[in-house]
Design a protein. Structure first.
Length: 474
RNA sequence: CGGGAUGUAGCGCAGCUUGGUUAGCGCACCUGCUUUGGGAGCAGGGGGUCGAGAGUUCGAAUCUCUCCAUCCCGACCA
């Protein structure tokens, strides 16, 4: 595992320069690179394959929660966006506006969507007539544009891919309940069970709330440098948007109340989170559940029937529903290929060489902990689904252990500032408060989320006995 | 917006101070042979309007001016 003495490391070590390590991984694992316009990114096939697996697993969960997919336009009339004051104020600095098209200046500029609340709620108002049309639960997969001054690939780019869900409900309680359902059943479940990233599921403070929302829920994960990354959010929008669009419905009593809406989103930022939550000095570590290749079957040397046996094992694995890839490119050295697959974070390698085959075995190497075991040629395929499950669990357990190690209970703002230099601080929200929050912000530290003391999610930042999770963030 | 720096092959860099053959090195790439149990070796080869424009000069990657782009720090915003 460790590079030989005297040989330069493949990647900048994390402990030396974490941002440089991140850049190195993006390049060497062929995940993504900068686009031609500052702040944009090209997602390369391997990075996009990871995103596609995220998409498909998220999409299943979203649909299981009752939402259906639709697509709304990229362009929004500028005047339209300005209808919700707080919302437009939050986004106006980062809007891209088209003023010329079709060879002439437009009468009214159009904005490239930074999010679709305004458009979708406009159509909701048109589609919703009575309480029988509620709840209306719609999701879209799309790109959005927010002009960013400090872009970082996957984490903060001018254009990114995401899903945004938008819903309308008859009552505030139903809207709240649905925003929370997405938070838990879709987002937290996906992040912990699929991405293997332990998340704090909580509420944002007023200061960190989404523009136009009445309440914002969030999911925060710890990266390997101790900083926090917001991996998803879910918002209660109250009646702010339904009021703007006169989104009313006829209820059972013949009254015509305004609907209550929510919105919720996750983006390609999760790819960055995946890289930084699990990756090590040897490269990416991808959990089996979203790995484009779960197993690579590696022929050490083309000798005897090594290639034939490797092919058979690969086919056997594929037949068992494992995403397995055969690497018989023996024109490259074994070491190079092993290193490359490690860089790409393939969860398990099955290595087949002459020494193994002489004994009727193959070597199974795990990416998460670097361990190697020998298994009989005839048993390896059957054993792998179990090994992959173990790898998945182990990646989560290790991430959780790292987070717990770097989370400190503190009693005041000064201690929180200190603890946030290396990880998270947990402090009573009552001793931080909005004044303490402002003080933290001056040192580039923020309240990432608020939890109840039993770890559940609060419904107001004014509940008693809340705990603030404090840290530096991306 | 202010301060500092950097632009030379796909990537990373040297050369510039003191102008002078054909602009060089490492990695990557191509061909051949030997290799292959953790980043292969040897030999040969391809790839550059030196960020752009103007100027000085017999001659500019090198000196001067202007512009453009990128990065870092600060400010602003959240």
């Amino acid at each position: 595992m460790a590079p030989k003495a005297g040989k330069a490391p493949i990647l900048t070590p994390q402990s030396e320069d974490f941002p440089q390590w991140y850049q190195d991984v993006l390049n060497k694992a062929e995940l993504a690179e900068s686009g031609l316009v500052r702040g944009t990114m090209v997602i390369r096939p391997y990075g996009y394959a990871i995103w596609e697996h995220m998409q498909s697993q998220m999409d299943q969960r979203i649909k299981a929660a009752g939402a259906v997919n639709a697509y709304f336009p990229l362009f929004i009339p500028e005047s339209f966006l300005k209808r919700e004051a707080e919302h437009v104020e939050g986004f106006s600095p980062e809007l891209a506006v088209v003023t010329h098209a079709g060879g002439k200046q437009l009468d009214e500029p159009v904005v490239v969507r930074p999010t679709s609340e305004m458009v979708i709620n406009h159509y909701f108002a048109k589609w919703i007539q009575s309480y029988r049309d509620l709840p209306m639960l719609v999701n879209q997969w799309a790109n959005v544009v927010r002009w960013e001054l400090r872009p970082r690939i996957f984490l903060r780019t001018t254009e990114f891919l995401w899903q945004e869900g938008h819903t309308a409900h008859a009552t505030e309680a139903e809207a709240r309940s649905y925003a929370q359902r997405i938070l838990h059943e879709v987002y937290a479940d996906f992040m912990e069970r699929v991405l293997a990233i332990p998340v704090y599921v909580g509420a944002k403070t007023r200061r960190e709330r989404f523009a136009g929302a009445t309440f914002t829920y969030c999911l925060e994960g710890m990266m390997r440098d101790g900083k926090s990354l917001q991996l998803g959010t879910s918002h209660e929008l109250g009646q702010n948007f339904s009021r703007v669009f006169d989104m009313t419905f006829l209820d059972e009593n013949g009254a015509r109340p305004l609907a209550w809406t929510t919105s919720w989103g996750t983006s390609t930022r999760m790819v960055g989170g995946l890289i930084m939550a699990h990756g090590d000095d040897a490269g990416l570590v991808v959990p089996p559940s979203i790995a484009p290749n779960q197993v690579v079957v590696l022929v050490v040397k083309d000798e005897g029937d090594a290639v034939e046996i490797a092919r058979r094992i690969t086919a056997d694995l594929t037949g068992r529903g494992v995403r397995a890839l055969l690497d018989d490119k023996v024109s490259s050295s074994f070491g190079r290929r092993a290193t490359d697959w490690e860089l790409k974070g393939v969860p398990v390698r099955v290595e087949i060489g002459p020494r193994d085959l002489a004994e009727g075995i193959v070597t199974v190497a795990r990416r998460d902990d670097g361990t190697k075991v020998s298994l009989a040629v005839d048993e390896v395929a059957a054993a792998l689904p179990g090994i992959l499950d173990a790898v998945q669990q182990s990646i989560f357990d290790r991430a959780l252990a790292r987070r717990e190690e770097r989370t400190v209970e503190v009693a005041d703002v000064a201690q929180a500032l200190e603890a946030a230099q290396t990880g998270f601080a947990r402090a009573p929200w009552s001793v931080i408060g909005e004044a303490g929050e402002a003080e933290l912000n001056r040192s580039a530290v923020s309240v990432r989320c608020l939890l109840r003391s039993d770890g559940t999610v609060p419904e107001s930042q004014d509940e008693p006995d809340l705990v603030a999770i404090i840290g530096r963030s991306y």
